[in-house]
Design a protein around this ligand. Structure first.
Ligand SMILES: C[S@@+](CC[C@H](N)C(=O)[O-])C[C@H]1O[C@@H](n2cnc3c(N)ncnc32)[C@H](O)[C@@H]1O
Length: 211
């Protein structure tokens, strides 16, 4: 599924960090509810179809969509996250395909125009986002949610690495060639989950392929 050069020790440390977090938390690390942004954005997305959830964690967003009839494939580097998602989907009797893979190890081999939705919820990966536009069918949507540079120093969630946090309008540039149907870049005080409580500076985009 992956092709290209390995990301090495840094990628291994990242994987271990997430595996440890998922193993150590009794309840799902980000809770059982999907991203509030995803949940209220359903009217802006295709009704259903094939979805790829990148950096899907323990599956809260993938399972939310699978319950609604989406065919979801979730990819995450953390085995403990994917194992949790599989068990959760099994308990709910929803169909979820999941892959343990480090997306920094190489490009995903996804056929062009094969997907109706690509999700990147709090998975800050610019190169994968750029590639995702080609994976969408006409009408398909890319949904990205992440944190802005302004989140640096805040304890309400997100990476504290400035190289990962989004710059003003950066998501708009990365969505080049797609029709942006939603964009926000602002400080919010709601949409909490167990790890993102209080004021946080979020960046959110939904962009659709027109042809
Ligand atoms: C902040 S969590 C978000 C999880 C999920 N999207 C959610 O909203 O609950 C980021 C996820 O990205 C995954 N991740 C980080 N680097 C990755 C990589 N190189 N390849 C695949 N997954 C990665 C982590 O294992 C983690 O599960």
């Amino acid at each position: 599924m992956l092709a290209g050069p390995g990301a090495g020790r840094k990628g291994m440390r990242e994987r271990e960090k997430w595996d440890t977090r998922y193993q150590d938390s009794k309840e799902p690390f980000y809770g059982r509810e999907p991203s509030a942004f995803l949940a209220r954005s359903l009217p802006l997305l295709p009704e259903r179809g094939r979805c790829l959830d990148l950096g899907g964690g323990q599956g809260r967003n993938a399972i939310f969509l699978a319950r609604r009839g989406w065919e979801v494939v979730m990819v995450d580097a953390a085995l403990a996250g994917v194992a949790h998602a599989r068990a959760w989907a099994g308990a709910e009797k929803v169909r979820l395909r999941s892959v343990v893979a480090d997306l920094q190890e190489g490009a995903l081999a996804v056929p062009e125009r094969s997907l109706d939705l690509v999700l990147m919820v709090n998975y800050h990966d610019r190169s994968t986002m750029t590639a995702a536009g080609n994976w969408l069918r006409p009408g398909g949507a890319l949904l990205v949610e992440g944190f802005a540079q302004e989140q640096l120093g805040r304890s309400s969630g997100g990476p504290q690495d400035p190289a990962l946090l989004f710059h003003p309008n950066q998501l708009l540039l990365l969505a080049h060639g797609l029709r942006v149907v939603w964009y926000e870049d602002r400080l919010i005080t709601d949409d909490d989950n167990p790890r993102h409580r209080g004021a946080k500076w979020v960046v959110r985009l939904i962009a659709r392929r027109t042809a």
